[in-house]
Write a protein that binds this ligand. Structure first.
Ligand code: FAD
Ligand code: GLY
Length: 364
């Protein structure tokens, strides 16, 4: 550490959406807060994300606690976006666009029917439709499309704008924003509490007492595309076997994403790009006309049960974990920030995603 740090109530390690949002909410409760980012804000998974707010598409019968948190956070997003626009003057690109889950052939249609059934059993809103009906909603879909399921409650924001809005909201609120500061030893930080929000790198922290939160990187490759003639190719988020397409509403599109267990290998591969484009073009042939603006890789912070780890470490109350958001960190940003701030304010927060799933208080 070369920079001299001021003493603060709370040091937040990591300047992605989770660390920034938690810092903003903690500052609003009157705490002195610093965010320590080893590179630039948002440079991790937050920059690479699609920005889908997709509690319904991501729902799984085995992951009820995650679903509860995802639904609650989706509910909070409209107000969160409005508040960011008010206090930071940045529009995060919230679009209540809905999502279509689409199937090309019989096998995929069976899978999509199963996914619809799961969501109905979970009490989530879904609407089955034939390919022809889906094409009336999205005329550029391939004529061969067999079946679709509408998920009217899954929407999207633009992660890069979310990062920009949070940085500005923090700055205006008086959070100390420090870039280029790599944290090594949590115990050396001059802070009463330390929030670990280091995304896929969070598993590397610990001093023997606090080691052991099992977070691993899950690589995702994706593309940013642009239609020079403007919007119109599709309006809703499309999810299909092997990927998804997120329209920004202005002729820009995000095509994602691979899911790869390859550690911190950040290569964009020809195969990754080829497969994303091949799968997407079978659903939406016009995608091949778009301009390719950027290829990306990001590392989802994965945990063994796919759910985040939020709350004080049962072995050391000074450490608060806010990590492991895997596929849903943009979605979970509002609720995580509020739960972390409540914890730091000594109120606690009523949820099931605590660190004691993975680490236990030492026996007396
Ligand atoms: P990050 O954004 O990774 O931030 C962690 C930060 O910590 C980084 O900036 C890093 O530089 C910093 N850091 C690490 N170590 C240190 C250290 N020692 N000292 C100081 N700083 C450190 N989620 C959704 O909700 N919807 C989506 O549509 C979606 N799509 C995705 C698509 C892809 C391809 C990927 C990869 C992820 C996607 N996600 C999505 C998941 C989402 O991006 C993550 O869950 C979320 O960004 C995690 O945010 P974070 O702040 O915890 O981590
Ligand atoms: N939530 C989308 C992804 O992680 O790829």
């Amino acid at each position: 550490m070369s920079t001299e740090l001021p003493r603060v109530d709370v040091a937040v390690v990591g300047g992605g959406v989770i660390g920034l949002a938690a810092a903003w909410r903690a500052r609003r409760r009157g705490l002195e807060v610093a965010v320590l980012e080893r590179g630039t804000f948002g440079q991790g998974a937050s920059r690479a994300a699609a920005g889908m707010l997709a509690p319904v598409a991501e729902a799984d019968l085995q992951e009820r606690d995650l679903l509860t948190a995802n639904l609650e956070s989706a509910r909070r997003w409209p107000a969160f976006a409005r508040e960011l626009a008010d206090v930071a003057g940045v529009d995060v690109g919230y679009r209540a666009c809905g999502t279509l889950l689409v199937a090309r052939d019989r096998d995929e249609a069976e899978h999509v029917e199963h996914e619809r059934d799961v969501r109905e059993r979970l009490g989530l809103r879904v609407e089955r439709m034939l390919g022809s009906a889906a094409r009336r909603l999205e005329p550029a879909l391939a004529p061969s499309l067999r079946l679709a399921v509408a998920l009217p409650d899954d929407h999207a924001v633009e992660p890069l704008r979310v990062v920009a809005a949070l940085v500005e909201a923090c700055r205006r609120a008086g959070v100390r924003l420090i870039e280029g500061f790599e944290v090594g030893d949590l115990s050396a930080l001059p802070a009463d509490r330390v929030v670990v929000a280091a995304g896929a790198w969070s598993g590397g922290f610990g001093d023997g007492r606090t080691a052991g939160i099992p977070v691993r990187p899950v690589k995702g490759q994706s593309l940013r595309l642009r239609d020079p003639s403007g919007p119109g190719l599709c309006d809703r988020v499309l999810r299909f076997e092997g990927g998804y397409l997120v329209p920004r509403g202005d002729g820009r599109y995000y095509l994602g994403a691979t899911v790869e267990e390859r550690g911190f290998d950040d290569a964009v591969t020809a195969l990754g790009v080829y497969e994303l484009l091949r799968e997407a073009s079978e659903i939406l042939p016009g995608i091949l006309e778009l301009e390719l603006e950027e290829t990306l890789t990001g590392f989802r912070p994965g945990t063994p049960d796919n759910a985040p780890v939020i709350g004080a470490d049962p072995r050391d109350d000074r450490i608060v974990w806010a990590t492991g958001h895997y596929r849903n960190g943009i979605l979970l940003c509002p609720v995580t920030a509020d739960w972390v701030a409540a914890e730091l304010a000594g109120e606690g927060a009523d949820h099931a995603l605590r660190p004691d799933r993975f680490v236990k208080e030492p026996a007396a």
